[in-house]
Design a protein around this ligand. Sequence first.
Ligand SMILES: [Zn+2]
Length: 167
Amino acid sequence: MLSLVIDGFEFCRQKENRAGRFAVSDLPRLAEETADRSGDIGWNAEGSVLASGHPRIKLSVSGAIGLICQRCLTSYEFRLDSGSTIVLARSEEGVDELESFLDDDSIDVIAGDTPINLAELIEDEILLALPVSPKHEQCPSTQALDKLKNAGKRSPFAVLKDLKREK
Ligand SMILES: [Zn+2]
């Protein structure tokens, strides 16, 4: 497990900005979801403080991941480009309260009083951005197969009719 531990409150107060790349193979939960554990993901974490005084971390991730298409079971490249906003509560007890105060489903609230492993947050972010049921927009192998199937479904008479019409 990669470890990139920060003090969340400090990170936001100092308006720190960190960026890097993680190999897919170094993120075990993600690697399990991929076709071949190859590739890497670029990430960026930016600390700031909301007008309300709450510390905020903005995360973004991007890269290409090889996933297995659920339709044809071959691999395809999924383009990842996602981001999220995380606001820190004073403690675990304050998470629910802050969530209802912010009243914004696009914001995640976590406790900031214990050290935060950025690597884990980044992996969470990537996992949430993956398609639930990954599929090619158009599967390369079934495309040819479908054509054959459809051609086979037509009766010889229908084909003859078409031929006559074309004359
Ligand atoms: Zn496919």
